[in-house]
Design a protein around this ligand. Sequence first.
Ligand SMILES: Cc1ncc(COP(=O)(O)O)c(C=O)c1O
Length: 435
Amino acid sequence: MPLVNEESATDTFEKYRKYVITSFVKSVAPVVIEKAKGAVITGIDGREYIDCFSGISVVNAGHCNPRVIEAAKAQMDKLVHGSSYLFHVQPTADLAEKMARIAPAGLTKSFFGNSGAEAIEGALKLARLHTGRHEFIALQGGFHGRSWGALSISGYQGRKKGGGPYAPGVSFAPVPYPYRSQWPGDADECGRRSAAAIEELIHYATSNDVAAFIAEPVLGEGGIIVPPFNYFREVKKVLDRHGILFIADEVQSGFARTGKMFAIEHYGVVPDILATAKGIADGFPLSAFTTREDIAAAFKVGDHLSTFGGNPVSCAAACANIDFIEEEGLCENARNLGEFARSCFRELERAHPLIGEVRGLGLMIGIELVRDGRRTPAAAEAAALKDRCLESGLIVGLGGTFANVIRFQPPLVITREQVDRAINIFSEALEEPAH
Ligand SMILES: Cc1ncc(COP(=O)(O)O)c(C=O)c1O
């Protein structure tokens, strides 16, 4: 079945082919999006899709959220760019104040950029300046962006290939991944041992010059891996013993996605630097790193700037987005619908040997596909399943270091009825033989 009206889409496909640099051309969905609202995307041919990937986990408050759009439009009529680091701009100030209120305790000062990778680069630089140290510890399976510094701390060959060699001074700690750990079925032990491995890493792999440990509280691209709930507390004890900062990369897990404003809140640990992007402005390009005043003070005059960073339109959108998330109870929605969706996927798991594990927090859900009854990653099956879902009107993501995890990350405004329909489509696609 052709996915789109060939005639109306041909022009866009052709221009993409000729003029857009995209190494993802094979996997760019054969859909030309015309518009989107809430959790529904409409193609140029009028066909509707339930969006359970949110433009890579971005539109938490829904596509074209009226309150966000209204705030952005009102700001556009006044000022689009003033350079928020050369002059004082009201929406930038307002957003910084909001971030100080919603971020974990004590993180009161923000720097705004444009993308997740930019936030990570800034956070790394700040950690180095504050500590006077130069090395980093990151997680195997972690992903932090496509710039060179961010790739250097990403532990994921699928994303790094073609860009090496990378920055020296980065050591990778084992990922706390209960499903594939040496202690399956014992999450606590996995958490404890994985945290203890960091102490050993510091001793054996570093020159005792570690500025920061960076991790995603829930790993996104690595396959929606939820570290055991004791993990970050144990890690923090190790870091504190060695004077190492903790950078929490909440680019993907932030802004209510996991059922709390930030995923690290599930772990009862306060990071030293919080990096955010994606869900911060419901689709407008913006990122931030937020930290304590004493750490922020390491940036002296002239140390850091971003031309577009703190853009007034994006900041106005972000302020409206955060208000909407809080006032409309999106954390609660993510918790309730996440629990409902996981229970439905777990029912499918019992009937389908292809599903190895269903996991997640809130509406950040991963369905790991395996074959042979031996946890052999089923990457081809995952790609085919994702395509079959798309053909039937459901958008899901794909991830994992073995590319075998279906990612279910819908806008947090999705309704229970839409989740139901999405799971029905997923269930039928599971039954279909691969073609
Ligand atoms: C956890 C995490 N950090 C950083 C990034 C990079 O963000 P961006 O693509 O906006 O540069 C991503 C992107 O997927 C991410 O998932």
